[in-house]
Design a protein around this ligand. Structure first.
Ligand SMILES: Cc1cc2nc3c(=O)[nH]c(=O)nc-3n(C[C@H](O)[C@H](O)[C@H](O)COP(=O)(O)O)c2cc1C
Length: 502
């Protein structure tokens, strides 16, 4: 489609050029034709009955619609400054592009942040910084005693995003990048596609739709031992993640828009192509925490002893504490917990769920961490935090607050060339990352973008090491909440330990 449009435009331009060169009067003819066309549109606007604004302001009202529709782009390109773009501001987006492309990632002249504003956060450095080349702790071992196949993971991994929400080229580039720098790629709830099998380590996510782990029985999605086992025992799969909720739409199952449900994706998910696929809001394999613990055990056994985790966004605190109580009483628990923040990203979600449901990551992470300590499970269960982590400070802060590793989704999309067009739900992603439109997918060249994924991971881990070294400690694992500070009031700076752990 894109190529056809470009070819037609090129053809028209060349034809006009040739005509004007040989017949100068053609310029007048073209102008007369354009004004004639505009007059016809104006007449149509004034007599049509569907849009009152157009009837009142023929032609001119179309400009308003154009600006309305393109408002986000105009805002992003012409108005946005470095610190106010949402959800990920330009400063953060730029550092991803720079690190992915191995461009200069230093900034001139000084910070653009107002260090005296309420909420400003920073780490305290040492007068005796360490040599960043010798910082360790960039790897974390996942897996309790119940695991026969523990996994040594990077502190930074690609958070869940399915083939379906992302294009096949995006999935391939992510997986190849993960292979190049030795980190893990979460499949998302859409199952494992051939594009995930490029040699990178996988975290196989099992959502409520059980795609790649179940089937439809009487219109209901159910877990199937054999289907799950076939995928979970693949050598690429290093860990399993059972998804309960994600921060962008907690309490709502995944949504695959009809336009993105191609025959290929439908086949992988065993659903009807061209229809919107809504995952159920909750699991059919169990209905309480005791059942959940049994299910975790079963999944671990079926996978051949790989670490099994659960992913959720913190909601009802009493309910979550009940879950930890069950873990403790049964002496049976997941190997890791992925805590997702309400600020998390999505391919498609209802507005109210995105804006008004789900605890933000910092409070959710602290709550989970406190429960791990209270129920003496801190040494047994690893924590992955996800929620708008982009640069090394975000990662250091989440590690300080209790995470062992950080999952990042949108920053890895940016490393693939995502321009935050926010069209993931429309199938029109202009850079081929979050679309199934074949002509747009072609725009993403896997052999170029896989290296960018690798570079971004590599440079970000290096930046975490540099920050750790500046703090005067030798291991990333030793970062504490007492080392990160926040301006709480105009004249008061407090450590995150004081804010959350005292
Ligand atoms: C395009 C897209 C698709 C996603 N798909 C899934 C999914 O299949 N399963 C899931 O648990 N989370 C999914 N997420 C949420 C992310 O895994 C992650 O938890 C969330 O975006 C927070 O990370 P971020 O702020 O680094 O993006 C998706 C996010 C995006 C942007």
């Amino acid at each position: 489609m894109r190529n056809t449009i470009l070819t037609i435009l090129f053809g028209i331009t060349v034809a006009f050029g040739v005509l004007v060169y040989f017949i100068p009067q053609i310029g007048t003819i073209i102008l007369l034709s354009i004004s004639g066309l505009l007059s016809l549109i104006a007449i149509y606007d004034s007599i049509q009955t569907k849009h009152s604004l157009l009837r009142a302001f023929p032609l001119v009202a179309r400009l308003r619609w154009l600006f309305e529709e393109e408002r986000d782009k105009i805002q992003q390109y012409f108005i946005e400054d470095n610190l106010n773009g949402t959800p990920i501001n330009r400063e953060k987006r730029s550092v991803v592009y720079q690190r992915a492309k191995l461009q200069k990632d230093t900034v001139p002249f000084g910070t653009q942040h107002n260090v005296y504003s309420k909420g400003y956060e920073f780490v305290k450095h040492s007068l005796f910084p360490k040599d960043h080349h010798h910082i360790n702790g960039e790897k974390v071992v996942f897996g309790s005693d119940k695991c026969t196949q523990k996994y040594e993971s990077s502190i930074i991994n690609i958070s869940a995003m399915s083939f379906g929400s992302l294009s096949k080229n995006a999935i391939m580039a992510l997986n190849q990048g993960a292979k190049m720098d030795g980190f893990a790629h979460n499949t998302g709830e859409g199952g494992i596609s051939p594009y995930h099998l490029q040699g990178g380590d996988l975290i196989f996510q099992v959502g409520t739709g059980y795609f790649g782990a179940g089937k439809s029985v009487d219109g209901k999605r159910v877990f199937d031992d054999a289907i799950f086992k076939e995928n979970a025992t693949r050598p690429e799969v290093k860990m399993i993640e059972i998804k309960f909720s994600q921060g962008a739409k907690p309490g709502h199952g995944g949504i695959l828009p009809a336009k993105k449900n191609t025959p290929e994706i439908a086949k992988i998910r065993a659903v009807e192509p061209g229809t919107q696929v809504d995952s159920p809001p909750s699991h059919s394999a169990f209905s309480d925490f005791k059942g959940m613990v049994t299910f975790i055990d079963k999944v671990r056994n079926l996978s051949g002893g790989k670490p099994v985790g659960i992913k959720f966004c913190v909601g009802n605190n009493e309910e979550i504490e009940e879950m930890f109580k069950t873990f403790s009483e049964a002496n049976n628990y997941p190997d890791f917990i992925s805590v997702d923040g309400g600020e998390g990203g999505t391919g498609a979600a209802p507005l109210e769920f995105t804006n008004y449901i789900g605890t933000p990551l910092v409070e959710g992470l602290v709550f989970v961490n406190k429960l791990l300590v209270k129920y003496k499970l801190k040494n047994n269960i690893r924590v992955i935090a996800s929620g708008k982590a982009v640069d090394a400070f975000d990662i250091v802060k989440y590690l300080a607050l209790g995470a062992d590793a950080v999952g990042m989704a949108r920053s890895f999309m940016l490393s693939l060339g995502c321009i935050q067009a926010r069209e993931c739900n429309l199938d029109t992603c202009p850079v081929g990352v979050a679309t199934q439109d074949a002509s747009l997918v072609e725009a993403l060249v896997v052999e170029k973008k896989n290296v960018r994924v690798k570079n971004y991971h590599n440079k970000t881990v290096a930046a975490v090491k540099e920050m750790t070294a500046a703090m005067g400690i030798e291991s990333i694992a030793d970062i504490k909440p007492s080392q990160v500070y926040r301006r709480r009031k105009d004249e008061e700076i407090v450590s995150l330990e004081e804010v959350y752990y005292k």
